[in-house]
Write a protein that binds this ligand. Structure first.
Ligand code: 8GT
Length: 318
């Protein structure tokens, strides 16, 4: 088997949630498909230096700052790659196809309409997700629930795992309120399947008809198998290597992995710590949020450990 190729690639974020993509020339590997600009890391070259060199050479941009986004290990029939993907928020220059290739700024939601190499699916998901995720608490009043979501939106949260457990909540009313909130804030909602009436056609319609809605499974629900939610983003909670592997096999789009840090529910010897989190994240190709005893100050640690960001529960009660 040939050696795995270390490739750096960049999700370059421009104005108004636009992202730069480039078309691979037809004669090269994965030719004719779209890609995130980048290329191979040279011998003895640091990944960030390689990223800076490739972006200058390929699209004429000077990187000012970049942070890790996701790492993918993928085997094509003819090539094994390790895609080391960075997020670039700050750069200087005007993007051009320096090698004659087509380059394009696209709305991040429109990335789903472009054809990328197979390894890129998780990169596109990671690009669409924010670096924070809020798991909601409980209430028996829709008004209180929605007010807490609005307050969280104003604190910067855009991705929510919804788990109101009260059966008296008006589901369709909640859907319609969340739809209009999504319109103004681009927020994404994952319905916690434990709460949602899975058999309800209203639920299925809401999930599959609206791109901001997805479904979240507990590890046990995921293990038990689930029905198909056409086109909806799927997420799951995991705690160990075998659950992570199952999630990947079941086509889950992103994960919450816990417990990373101290919480009341777990003994100290059960905690993953950042090293344990990082080792588990490395074993799969899916964006993973760190969960358990963390705050928004831990986003940098999560990114350095290969994660997408942090998921918080306590913040709901602020
Ligand atoms: N740059 C980039 N490469 C990707 C992406 N997705 C993906 O599977 N790859 C694969 O990673 C490898 C990158 O190699 P490359 O050909 O772009 O690297 P390079 O510019 O250094 O090539 P060269 O040295 O042959 O000129 C290719 O096998 C390509 O198919 C992506 O989003 N961006």
């Amino acid at each position: 088997m040939s050696k795995r190729v270390h490739v750096v690639a960049a999700v370059i974020r421009g104005h108004h949630k636009q992202v730069l993509i480039a078309k691979r020339p037809t004669h090269v590997h994965m030719g004719g498909l779209w890609e995130f600009p980048g290329g191979k890391v040279e011998q003895f070259e640091a990944p960030l230096d390689a990223l800076k060199r490739e972006l200058k050479e390929e699209v004429g941009l000077t990187v000012v700052s970049a942070q890790p986004l996701i790492q993918i290990t993928h085997d094509y029939p003819d090539k094994q790659v390790y895609l080391d993907v960075w997020e670039v928020h700050e750069f200087v220059g005007v993007a051009r196809g320096m090698e004659g290739q087509q380059v394009k700024w696209v709305w991040q939601v429109d990335l789903l309409d472009y054809e990328f190499p197979a390894a890129n699916q998780a990169i596109v998901t990671a690009t669409l997700l924010s670096s924070t995720c809020l798991i909601t608490g409980d209430t028996d009043c829709s008004g209180v629930y929605l007010a807490a979501i609005e307050a969280a939106l104003s604190r910067g949260y855009r991705l929510f795992i919804l788990r109101p457990s009260c059966p008296n909540l008006d589901f369709l009313g909640l859907v319609s309120a969340l739809k209009s909130m999504a319109l103004f804030s681009a927020a994404q909602w994952q319905w916690h399947i434990d709460w949602c009436p899975a058999a309800s056609t209203d639920f299925e319609r809401a999930i599959t008809e609206h791109k901001n809605f997805g479904v979240h499974f507990s590890a046990r629900k995921m293990e038990g198998g689930f029905e198909c939610f056409d086109g909806a983003l799927l997420s799951a909670s995991c705690h160990n290597r075998s659950e992570l592997a199952l999630a990947q096999q079941r086509g889950i789009d992103f994960l919450l992995l816990s417990p990373v840090s101290a919480t009341k529910r777990y003994r100290p010897d059960e905690l993953l710590g950042w090293a344990g989190f990082s080792a588990l994240v490395e074993s799969i190709n899916i964006p993973v949020f760190a969960l358990g005893g963390l705050t928004l100050d831990d986003i940098v640690n999560a990114r350095l450990a290969g994660g997408q960001g942090v998921a918080c529960i306590r913040d709901w009660w602020q």
